[in-house]
Design a protein around this ligand. Structure first.
Ligand SMILES: [Zn+2]
Ligand SMILES: [Zn+2]
Length: 321
């Protein structure tokens, strides 16, 4: 089978044997998978990664212990917790210190024709969600995680900094929740996607409002994002850190202390709310897809995904075989 392999900054397509399915795992055929910023970072060698990436996927189950999964379209939670530690016993497997992570930490990902994942990680995709939209369930779940972490009243003003893929999912998810979202970005075409979804937008090049929001989400992926967010949040407000920046981010802690600001880190989320938003059509992701490539063209797909202004690039599996 075809398998994408990252090593030393290069993207290879190898021909390797189909993986063996351990008990309790499903063997999944990749239908479509999204290249996300994390995958580009893995390519650059962050986390010392070499191997097969891919954690935003839609697949079809071809082998499983649970017969009801067979031939079904599925998405899957990417964390594989140990199931035995104190974190796992508190249903916090996403923080299990022994976990592996699909396509990121010690578990081969979905950028190949077949891969395995524990059956308990899988979610059946409702018929109403197209395969290419369902690829966004995982990143949209990460956007929805904010609503599991902080209580944002309907009608509340929320600022979202950043107009990349994740920023555009966050602004739509918060807008669907009923918040009054103002999204700041530097790309007119990307902000237009948010505007068409009903989100109010503003250029980050304009003077940023100060101490005006109870909630500010930083999804910029830049070093300035956090300090801008701290400046924009009201005293006693909450800043949600949604983007990882590599290396250290310098920040003046005085305003955080003086204004008693809460900083919250936020990563992966539950799939259910994301699937519901896509099923209802309240979050639209079709405009976030810039390009599609077959798995065999993964090197071109990675190059495309790294170009400026490009949003989501999909890798598509071959049918049959
Ligand atoms: Zn991702
Ligand atoms: Zn554990």
């Amino acid at each position: 089978m075809l398998s994408v392999h990252l090593e030393n900054g290069h993207v290879f397509v190898l021909d390797i044997p189909k993986p063996e399915r351990p008990p309790g795992y499903a063997l999944i055929r990749t239908l479509a998978a999204g290249i996300c910023s994390t995958d580009l970072e893995l390519q650059r060698g962050y986390y010392g990664f070499s191997g097969t990436p891919g954690h935003e996927f839609v697949g079809e189950v071809v082998e499983a212990d649970d017969a009801t999964l067979l031939n079904q379209r599925v998405a899957g939670e990417i964390n594989l917790p140990c199931g035995n530690c104190s974190w796992c016993s508190r249903h916090l497997g996403r923080h299990c210190p022994h976990r592996t992570v699909l396509g990121i930490v010690k578990h081969p990902g979905a950028f190949q024709e077949f891969f395995t994942l524990p059956e308990r990680n899988l979610h059946l995709i409702p018929d109403g969600i197209a395969t290419e939209s369902a690829v966004f369930i995982e990143p949209l779940a990460a956007a929805c995680e904010i609503l599991d972490q902080v209580r944002i009243p309907a009608g509340e003003k929320v600022a979202v900094l950043g107009d990349g893929k994740l920023g555009l999912l966050i602004s739509q998810a918060l807008h669907a929740h009923g918040a009054k979202v103002l999204q700041f970005g530097r790309h007119r075409d990307k902000l237009l996607i948010a505007a068409r979804a009903g989100v109010e937008t503003a250029s980050v090049n304009a003077t940023l409002p100060e101490a005006e929001f109870d909630f500010v989400v930083d999804a910029t992926g830049t070093r300035e994002g956090l300090s801008n967010a701290v400046r924009m949040v009201k005293p006693r407000g909450t800043v949600i850190l949604k983007s990882t920046v590599h290396g250290e981010v310098a920040i003046d802690t005085a305003p955080v202390i003086v204004n008693e600001i809460t900083l919250i880190g936020s990563r992966c989320g539950r799939f259910e709310p994301a699937m519901e938003l896509l099923r209802l059509g309240t979050v639209r992701v079709d405009r976030l897809i810039t390009d599609r490539f077959p798995l065999a063209s993964a090197p071109e797909a990675f190059a495309r995904a790294a170009e400026k202004g490009v949003l989501k690039v999909l890798l598509e599996g071959s049918r049959g075989a």
